[in-house]
Design a protein around this ligand. Structure first.
Ligand code: AMP
Ligand code: ZN
Length: 139
């Protein structure tokens, strides 16, 4: 399904032009207009899903191989030294466009740094056990 009010639905389905890197019947891959690094791309499903929790299996089974294909092409084509796959779910996680998307962010040895990084917090073993149970019990 497509959401008429969603900008990524419009881009993915060609109603709004974009710098397109790849396209097939399910996905469009575009360049991010506010890139973290040179060549930062976004993988957009052509159907509307708010986030990964709602993403159908038809799309989820293909997204990781596609992300790998894009990242490997960036290594060859852009000469980047690595890449991050980043996927935000929910405002608290930094999601600003509520149409599922995966970021493919080229990384260069000479920077910029501090992308998709965090300060490790401390956690004791007992707390980790409790947290693991809380997640397992919610499957
Ligand atoms: P997120 O914070 O994970 O929701 O990422 C949304 C991303 O979409 C940001 O990196 C924006 O720069 C990017 N973005 C938003 N609107 C557009 C657009 N019209 N074309 C290309 N990228 C966009
Ligand atoms: Zn959408």
């Amino acid at each position: 399904m497509i959401d008429e009010n969603c900008i990524f639905c419009k881009i993915a389905n060609g109603q709004i032009p974009s710098a397109t890197v790849y396209e097939d019947e399910k996905f469009k891959v575009i360049l991010d207009m506010g890139p973290a690094t040179r060549g930062h791309a976004l993988i957009l499903p052509k159907e509307h899903f708010q986030d990964v929790c709602g993403l159908s299996e038809t799309y989820s089974k293909d997204i990781l191989p596609l992300a790998a294909k894009i990242g490997c092409a960036m290594m060859k084509g852009l000469g980047c030294d690595g890449f991050n796959l980043v996927q935000n779910n929910g405002e608290a996680a930094g999601q600003t466009v509520m149409h599922f998307h995966m970021h493919v962010i080229p990384r260069y040895a000479d920077g910029p740094r501090n992308i998709a990084s965090w300060e490790p917090q401390s956690a004791d073993g007992e707390e980790l056990k409790v947290l693991a149970e809380q997640i397992k019990n919610a499957f």
